[in-house]
Design a protein around this ligand. Structure first.
Ligand code: UDX
Length: 434
């Protein structure tokens, strides 16, 4: 089938490249002409495992074309995916101005039936607004449909998640829209939920918000484990074997970040408030997540007595492994708090340093783990990159001023490090350092 993608960010570029790899002809449009020029040169605007190869193959097979005009997208195909950003406003509400602008531009170009598909994460009732915007703009009598097809792509695994999703959610209001999307998704053998647009919009916000609650729950349990001397890794294992709970998303750590959870939680809270409700549970989850970063800095301070004039080596800056994305990364707040208390910070991240200019003022960026450890009073792990998992600890011990590791993601075996002469402090693993 022919499809068009508006917005070539983490969602749009993955969606378009994967649909092309499934045999469709894809026109991808972005109003950022520099980004379109980069993509046309074979460059990638961000790191996502496997994506560069998919895009390169799609362009080589003439299944992917990049353009800068929405009219090209409208002329190219019946189905137009809206994948533009919906960033959070200061009050937490989703900023839908890019969605509105794109819908207006699509509507102005419409001369025959088109199906507009909202794939960006949008608040419930956005589909209604898109419909109204089009009705006000489209030439009288030109038919169109609006559908919701939320994405559940995790950064670092987005290609895998697109081609092998747990479920495909289709929010449709007509049989024509339903049959077009079922046809398009036919090659993907996953459960398909067909519902109305509003329910589809809510599935996305409710799913991400629930995952955020689950994370803040286990991080709260981790705090309890620290107070009583229990091990949250074992608690999570014991909880996770209950099929109703599930082991995934029970890894205690320095808290969630990224461009989705913080934004989606804030947006869901605002949606409830605008409807007269008060999503206390979500507010608490967001509060716990913010506090988790401060608590981690307290753990480091208590381990080193104080942070003034100390040298802290930070392993990992990205909000999670296998991405170069620093948006809402816990490392940003944690490093700033270290510095506010007078610490000198050295850091290494396999991918995210490329985008770190201006984000971490005063930080000494290092070329690898060992340079980061040189002269450090402690090593702090914030992102669980695979390459941090098997380190030469004997070499690290020689490089560091003090052999102390504070593990923000419970990557290391406490006993193994202690046997090597390290002081080890985990997250939710035994008593507080002092
Ligand atoms: C998330 C949702 O998973 C995805 O479905 C949605 O489409 C976009 O938002 P993403 O933000 O890319 O994906 O990453 P994810 O793997 O979900 O992790 C989110 C955050 O939770 C990260 O900061 C990660 O470090 C943290 N996390 C995750 C934990 O702290 N513990 C865990 O057990 C899992």
């Amino acid at each position: 089938m022919d499809i068009s993608i508006i917005g070539t960010g983490h969602v749009g570029l993955v969606t378009g490249a994967c649909f092309a790899d499934l045999g469709n002809r894809v026109m991808m449009v972005d109003d950022d002409r520099r980004k379109i020029a980069l993509l046309k040169r074979g460059g990638m605007p961000f790191y996502e495992p496997g994506l560069e190869e998919l895009v390169r193959r799609g362009v080589a097979q003439r299944r992917i074309r990049f353009a800068a005009s929405i009219k090209d997208a409208v002329d190219h195909s019946l189905i137009i995916f809206i994948c533009v950003g919906t960033p959070a406003r200061p009050n937490g509400e989703a900023d839908l101005s890019a969605v509105e602008r794109v819908c207006h531009a699509i509507a102005k170009s419409l001369r025959a039936y088109r199906l507009l598909v909202e794939k960006s994460t949008v608040p419930v009732e956005t589909g209604e607004w898109i419909t109204r915007t089009c009705q006000l703009t489209i030439r009288r009598g030109v038919p169109f449909d609006v559908a919701s097809n939320p994405e559940f792509l995790r950064e670092g695994q987005a290609v895998q998640d697109f081609l092998h999703p747990d479920r495909i959610v289709l929010g449709v209001e007509s049989t024509r829209a339903k049959s077009l999307l079922l046809e398009l998704y036919k090659p993907i053998k996953s459960p398909v939920i067909v519902t109305d647009v509003k329910s589809a919009e809510l599935i996305k916000h409710a799913s991400n918000s629930f995952l955020a609650v689950k994370l803040s729950f286990i991080n709260t349990v981790a705090r309890l484990c620290e107070q009583v001397g229990a091990d949250v890794v074992k608690v999570a294992e014991g909880m996770g074997l209950d099929r109703r709970i599930g082991r995934a998303f029970l890894d205690a750590g320095v808290g969630y970040g990224g461009s989705c959870f913080p934004k989606d939680v804030a947006a869901f809270i605002r949606i409830a408030e605008k409807l007269g409700g008060d999503f206390q549970l979500l507010k608490a989850a967001a509060r716990v997540n913010d506090e988790q970063r401060r608590h981690f800095v307290t753990r480091v301070r208590e381990t080193l007595w104080n942070l003034n004039h100390k040298t802290i080596g930070v392993l990992g800056l990205a909000f999670k492994p296998d991405t170069d994305d620093l948006r809402e990364a816990p490392s940003i707040d944690i490093v700033r708090m270290f510095q506010e208390e007078g610490a000198q910070v050295r850091a290494f991240d396999p991918k995210a340093m490329a985008h770190a200019d201006g984000v971490f003022p005063g930080v000494a960026f290092c070329k690898d783990v060992y340079e980061t450890a040189r002269g450090a009073d402690c090593l702090v792990l914030l992102t669980e990159w695979n390459e941090f998992k098997e380190l030469d600890f004997a070499r690290l011990k020689k490089l560091m001023r003090h052999p102390t590791v504070i593990d923000g993601r419970n990557v290391y075996d406490p006993g193994a490090l202690r046997r090597l002469g390290f002081r080890y402090v985990g997250t939710g693993r035994g008593h507080a350092p002092h």
